[in-house]
Design a protein around this ligand. Sequence first.
Ligand SMILES: Cc1ncc(COP(=O)(O)O)c(C=O)c1O
Length: 392
Amino acid sequence: MAPGKRVRQFTPSVFAEFSRLAQAHGAVNLGQGFPDFEGPLQIRAAAAHALEAGQNQYAMSAGTPVLREAVAAHAQRFYGQRVDPAREVVVTCGATEAIFDAVQAFVEPGDEVVLFEPFYDSYLASVAMARGVPRFVQLHAPDDLHPRWWFDDAALTAAFSDRTALVIVNTPHNPTGKVFTADELARIGALAKQRGAVLLTDEVYEHLVFPGASHVRAATLPGLGDHTVTISSGGKSFSFTGWKVGWAIGPAELIGAIQNAHQWVSFCTPAPFQAAIAQALALPDEYFRGFVADYQAKRDFLAQALSEAGLTPLPCEGTYFLMAKTDGLRQAGEDDVAFCRRLVADVKVAAIPPSSFYGQAHASAAHGLARFAFCKTQPVLDEARRRLARRG
Ligand SMILES: Cc1ncc(COP(=O)(O)O)c(C=O)c1O
């Protein structure tokens, strides 16, 4: 029997291909977007304790009260955002499920979803499975006139229509490292409001914002709270990507709609990991300060290593990804996929070709770029630098 079109349209992701290539070539893997080190010991101990203490049955579908309270307290502490943990939070299996559920909740077949391109690839898949129609707004790389990744206001306005049901903004942004400003978010949020659309902000890298930029929670901007859903997760902020504890915060009626989808997608998120992430969200300020300082050092080290090797790293305001222009090392006619395949085979350093973050029509915008992850231990980054310096 042939599988349904809904899944037939997908091919294995580029991440799977490059992880396989990295292994086959014994490469230093700067492709994978997850840390090769452990999150805080006391949080791992909290998960172990929860397992041993018997938190091993289904959790409440919307999330354990303890985690929902911790999510609300964290929102108040970092953003002054007032959240009712009983009605305005739903806990999901990672941010990925929250995104999927939200698209299911708000997008009817034929409805339009505004996405910034490049985009985290699960957005397009979620929209496709809901039979929504993506409308892309290009993010342009920094140039002489624009020191940061930028978008054209007219293009933004043109992406909206009477059919716009949802707008997804990822800030800090994977793969570009862009952190959207309050002004940019206010403009996007106002257009969503005019069209009666929901604004979904994916803030999984909220604690990975480097000095010079600051993270703005769109939901706290004037006039945006009533139609904005904020998504985040414990994976990035605490280096536990394998735990898949995510959540959505928003007005009760929007969260209720997401909960309606969530109860039939995963029903609930593993209870022991919810208990541990509740403790992680309450870690003292020193944890969050140390976390970003460590990553800043890694970012600067990798940027230097890429420059020395003849690549041109682009500014990275947040996340643990660096985009680099490859012109210095690219062969004539080589696109980003061919470049990254050659890099992994010859230099034995794996990066991700960013065309995978674009729709087909605009994939060529990524042909001179590669994405490198720096969520890696110093010896791994040292080895990447050595290999890049001797190009093999
Ligand atoms: C922008 C963005 N959103 C969501 C996710 C997925 O988060 P989670 O692991 O919590 O599902 C990722 C992971 O790479 C990401 O980069």
